[in-house]
Structures are given as structure tokens and as C-alpha cells.
Design a binder for this molecule. Structure first.
Ligand code: BGC
Length: 357
């Protein structure tokens, strides 16, 4: 790995300061086609992502803030790296190797997205890898947020010349632990702040999803999507069935569910495809993960003003968080999220952008 300090990376600049006085940097990646991504060392946040529409005009398609202080409010995980555990752990506890670990209850009785100070709220160390790639590292100490093991995490963001934002996650631990990393970007393919995403069309390559209880914890069932508003095996507008009386839609206030991917085998597999008619933008998501959280920004309520003063109303963006299933440490039947010393964690997700008619 080629390492340079920040000052020798011409694309880095100061984004802001933490209350501790530490400097937060913003790195700009750019590919040969002019696609740009700005990444913050605080939270590993994708602050902006500019991709072309069908006329070639670049537009920023992720929610966020121009001013670093916006990220200290804190916002609902805009663009951030999520860890140690993406999504919820029921009753904020789990048992591993006979020991029960207690986590912060930051979402009712449950733990959400790593706890009070998850990976979205820590300062990562930048390892610039050239104009199109940025490595970020973080050492999460044994016991941090209640999780066991010293965990060494590396995330590499790469902007490829195929107009892909590729995210490679690796991690090692010195003690048995659990891990479920993801990125929490909020996308609006018409452009951030350009209204709601209800007319976006989405395809999700999943025959089953994990229904939830009222605390949004999986019940353990893997339910067929066939005949439900969760069937996105063929493209549907997000808004088409979001108002359905289906019990699961009501519990989520819309879509806020883990879809079990119909994987083709090992390696990167197509997970979802989103299209937006006015811009012509298309986003495909590929992942090595077994599942994806489809969240339609149901909790956004217009209280946040983001980049360019835009008001972020209900359902003004969608998240596609590649992941293992929520609450897996309490569901032995789910694919395991256990990580052991000597067996590194590896996960890759690609967001691929193009345009269509
Ligand atoms: C969860 C939502 C939560 C959101 C936080 C999503 O991953 O599924 O329930 O509100 O993150 O903004």
C-alpha cells in the first residue's frame, strides 16, 4: 500500500475541526470521465458524489452538508461508514463464546449502527492511494461500544473509470467478535434535494426478505416477496406500493427492510438497480454481501437543510446498505457475522453509474 501524508496529497483539504481540535480532511477523487467523489476522514463520509445525467451534466446525487459542522448534529448517518454493526441488534445485547456483551441502547431498546459512537462518528486515518482511490483505517479498541476484540479496519474507496464507486472493506480482530460493515449513503438520482424518490424505479434481486417486529428487529422468518409490496424482482416505482396496508410496510413507515439476495455464487453479485427518468441516471449495486437494507428515508421529515440549503423531506432519498442480516448475533440460523482472529473480514460493494433512455 502506498502511503502519503495528507499534505502531499494535492486533492486533500481541511473540511473542519472536531470539538477536540482535531482536523477533519476532505479528499476529492476524480476519474478519467470527470466523475467526482468527496470523502471525509470523519466517519468516512461520502460527502458528495457527482455523476453525469443523460446530457453529460454532472449532478450531486447524495444527501449531505457543505459545511462540516452539519455532520456534528448528528444527521441520520448521511454517507457514513457504519460499524461495528450495520443496522440493529435486539435488546442491545448478544452472547458469544458464552459471554453476554451489552451495547448502548441508542434506538429504543435496541442498538443501531454500532452504538452511540459508531464508525460514522470517529476520525479515520487517511491513506491516499492516488487520484482515484483513498484508504481509510481505524483501530477500534477492545470493548469499544461494548464489542469484544481490538479490531483493525481498512476501507478503500475507489472511483473507477467505469463510473463505479467501489468500496472494499477488510478487518482483523485479536479476539472473537461480530462485525457487519456498510456504507449509509442516501441517494437521489435526480440530484440531492430534488424532491422525493417515489418515482425512482427499483429492481432488487431478492426472493425473500426478513420481516420485522415493531422495533424493526427481524422476527427470524425469511418471507417470500412473491405477492407482496416487497417483490422488486421486476422494476417497480418506489411509490407504487409504499402506501399499502401491508403490515410490514406499516411497521417500517415505508421500506426499511433487509432483502435476502438471490446470489449467483461467490464474489460480486448484482443486488439492485435504480433508474430515474428525468435525469436518465441509472445506479446498479453489486456486492459480496448476502443481503441489502432498502430504506426509503421514512424518518426524514424536512427538519434538515443540506447542501445548497436544500430541505430534505420525507423519502427524499433511498439507501441501499449492503450487509449481513440485522440482529444476526441473536439468530443462529442467519449467515454468521462472527469474526475470529486469523480469518480476516472481507467485503466489497460497487455502486455503478450509467445513463439510460
Ligand atoms: C435503518 C433505519 C434507520 C436509518 C438511520 C437505516 O439503516 O434501517 O431504520 O432509521 O438507518 O437513518
Amino acid at each position: 500500500m502506498v502511503t502519503m501524508n495528507c499534505s502531499s496529497h494535492k486533492e486533500a483539504r481541511e473540511f473542519g475541526k472536531l470539538p477536540s481540535g482535531e482536523t477533519v480532511e476532505l479528499y476529492s477523487l476524480k476519474n478519467a470521465k470527470g466523475v467526482e467523489a468527496d470523502i471525509s476522514t470523519y466517519g468516512g463520509v461520502v460527502v458528495s458524489l457527482k455523476v453525469p445525467d443523460r446530457s453529460g451534466a454532472l449532478g450531486d446525487i447524495v444527501l449531505g452538508f457543505d459545511d462540516f459542522n452539519g455532520y456534528l448534529m448528528p444527521p441520520p448517518y448521511f454517507g457514513a461508514l457504519i460499524g461495528r454493526y450495520g443496522n440493529r441488534i435486539g435488546h442491545a445485547q448478544f452472547t458469544l463464546d458464552g459471554v453476554t456483551y451489552h451495547l448502548a441502547k441508542n434506538d429504543g431498546d435496541n442498538s443501531l449502527h454500532g452504538g452511540k459512537r459508531g464508525f460514522d462518528k470517529v476520525l479515520w486515518t487517511a491513506r491516499p492511494l492516488g487520484p482515484q482511490s483513498l484508504g481509510l483505517t481505524y483501530l477500534s479498541k477492545d470493548g469499544e461500544e461494548g464489542y469484544p476484540g481490538n479490531l483493525s479496519v481498512t476501507v478503500v474507496y475507489t472511483l473507477t473509470d467505469n463510473n463505479e464507486l467501489k468500496i472494499d472493506y477488510t478487518a482483523t480482530t485479536d479476539k472473537d467478535t461480530v462485525l457487519n460493515l456498510t456504507n449509509h449513503s442516501y441517494f437521489n438520482l435526480a440530484g440531492q434535494g430534488q424532491g422525493d424518490v417515489l418515482a425512482h424505479q427499483i429492481t432488487i434481486n431478492a426472493s425473500r426478505f426478513t420481516p420485522v417486529d415493531k422495533g424493526l428487529i427481524p422476527t427470524g422468518e425469511l418471507r417470500a416477496v412473491a405477492g407482496t409490496p416487497f417483490d422488486f424482482r421486476q422494476p417497480h416505482a418506489i411509490g407504487e406500493r409504499i402506501g399499502a396496508s401491508d403490515e410490514q410496510i406499516v411497521l417500517g413507515g415505508g421500506y426499511d427492510h433487509n432483502f435476502v439476495l438471490d446470489r449467483a455464487g461467490e464474489g460480486l453479485s448484482p443486488a439492485a438497480r435504480v433508474t430515474e427518468a428525468t435525469s436518465g441516471r441509472v445506479m446498479e449495486v453489486l456486492t459480496t454481501e448476502p443481503a441489502i437494507q432498502f430504506y426509503t428515508g421514512n424518518f426524514l421529515d424536512g427538519a434538515i437543510r443540506g447542501k445548497g440549503g436544500k430541505v430534505y423531506g420525507r423519502r427524499s432519498a433511498l439507501c441501499l446498505e449492503t450487509q449481513h442480516y440485522p440482529d444476526s448475533p441473536n439468530h443462529p440460523d442467519f449467515p454468521t457475522t462472527e469474526l475470529k482472529p486469523g480469518a480476516p473480514y472481507r467485503s466489497t460493494t460497487v455502486f455503478r453509474f450509467s445513463t439510460g433512455s
